[in-house]
Design a protein around this ligand. Structure first.
Ligand code: PLP
Length: 443
């Protein structure tokens, strides 16, 4: 499986954005996150085109949590997208990148007072309200600043998307948002309308992630419009913004066949238009917040293979120089990936291996990967790591978080530096009382 601008060159080496994976590994070290700029830009354009053709009043917002870095924010903003954030850190990153505050939507299911303050002070375009008490909290902050804040109310529409339970987020039983079914969402809307410094602009939902079946998107759109109609009839509020979140799936394995952007846009646009028609409602502005489907396939992680350990009759373990610290998703929810040996991409597979990391855990990255004969020093390219990899990385075992490079037209540029050993210990402090000399060294 080759994605985006990936190709195999005459030497049998994988190239991404015109850069040889072997050269990238040599020049920047491994593990290395590689972002295919052209693939990312094309997906941004694809999203815009797909909706402009079917529902012109659409705002596409990059869900920055999937790969929160300043350079990526710059690329998506250049492509005319907004950015959504869900913490003070993500907001800080987007603002530092120069993203226009008015094109930022601030989400978060448990925002701290500081985060709310930061969002109001920055004058972000919308704040998504996730729970009832947040209305008073944001109202107080807005009043103190004599500001008017545009808000959305996050709704749990009660849609079960067919994906891993950890990434189903639109059910009734969810920590996110206010349920339509038990009246919480309507109560929040009424409370927001009473708040003098808040301007309620609409409602938002997000039903889950890595969804291949289009039906739940249509169902959510319809339920949201039906709820909007109920609000108009019962509290006299007309929804201007209908934010349906993200959720579209991507290809992790060669057999994966997610819907195209056109199919997705067709489904969502038709569902919104049909429901508005049925409810005799004006068409709202549509907001979509793709994350994984915008950048997932544009990311590749390069590793260097170290130990190759064959247990006869059982399996061969191929250990790489990263693992659950740069990609926790397999350990977290059994996520599956495909990969190829980047310097042997022209050779046919001859064996099945289990790719594991270097952590003090059984941090399996890929089970039963078919590859040519693996050897220490080979470069393994794991596909589709552009979403929820860098942004979920940790320093477990005090591994440095990898660098990230943006590649395009044969040029590679660092967008995140590799952490140094000094970076790892930078925030450590030794209390004075622990400074006294301890035992002698082992003899
Ligand atoms: C509110 C909201 N919008 C958008 C997204 C992005 O979802 P995805 O990466 O599946 O497109 C998320 C993901 O958690 C989210 O919570």
């Amino acid at each position: 499986m080759l994605l985006g601008t990936q190709r195999i060159n005459d030497d049998g080496i994988v190239e991404i954005g015109g850069c040889s994976a072997v050269d990238l590994a040599r020049d920047y070290g491994t593990p290395l996150y590689v972002v295919d700029e052209q693939a990312l830009r094309e997906t941004c354009r694809g999203y815009r085109r797909a909706f402009e053709a079917r529902y012109p009043n659409t705002h596409i917002s990059f869900s920055s949590k999937v790969f929160t870095t300043m350079a990526i924010c710059r690329v998506v903003e250049q492509e005319g997208l907004g950015v959504d954030v869900s913490s003070g850190g993500e907001l800080y990153t987007a603002l530092s990148a120069g993203v226009a505050p008015a094109s930022i939507v601030m989400h978060g299911n448990n925002k701290s007072p500081q985060e709310m303050e930061m969002a109001v002070a920055a004058k972000v375009g919308r704040i998504g309200i996730d729970y009832l008490e947040e209305i008073d909290a944001v109202q107080r902050i807005a009043a103190a600043r004599e500001a008017t804040v545009d808000i959305l109310i996050r709704v749990a529409p009660g849609v079960d998307a067919d994906t891993h339970t950890h990434i189903q987020t639109g059910k009734v039983d969810t920590k996110f948002g206010l349920a339509i079914a038990n009246g919480d969402a309507k109560e929040a809307v009424a409370a927001a309308l009473r708040a003098p410094n808040l301007r309620l602009r609409g409602i938002n939902c997000h039903i889950g992630s890595q969804i291949f079946d289009l039906h739940p998107f249509a169902e959510a759109a319809q339920m949201m419009v039906d709820f909007a109609a109920q609000l108009r009839a019962e509290v006299g509020f007309t929804v201007e913004d209908l934010d349906l979140g993200g959720g579209l799936g991507v290809r992790y394995l060669p057999g994966d066949a997610p819907p195209s952007l056109d199919e997705y846009a067709e489904t969502v646009a038709n569902a919104v238009k049909a429901a508005c028609d049925r409810q005799k409602m004006p068409l709202p502005r549509l907001i979509l917040e793709p994350g994984r489907s915008l950048i997932g396939e544009a990311g590749t992680t390069l590793y260097t293979i170290g130990v190759v350990k064959t247990i006869p009759g059982v399996r061969t373990y191929v250990a790489v120089d990263g693992g659950m610290s740069d990609n926790p998703r397999p350990a977290l929810y059994g996520a599956r990936y495909s990969a190829l040996i980047a310097n042997k991409a022209h050779l046919d597979p001859v064996t099945k291996v289990t790719v594991s990391g270097k952590h003090c855990e059984t941090d399996t990255l890929i089970v039963d990967l078919e590859v040519p004969e693996p050897e220490p020093g080979d470069i393994l390219a794991v596909q589709t790591t552009g979403a929820y990899n860098y942004s979920m990385a940790s320093n477990y075992n005090r591994l440095s978080r990898p660098a990230a490079v943006l590649v395009s037209d044969g040029r590679a540029e660092v967008i995140v530096e590799r952490e140094s050993l000094e970076d790892l210990a930078r925030l450590d402090r030794i209390p004075q009382r622990l400074r006294a000399a301890g035992r002698e060294a082992l003899s």
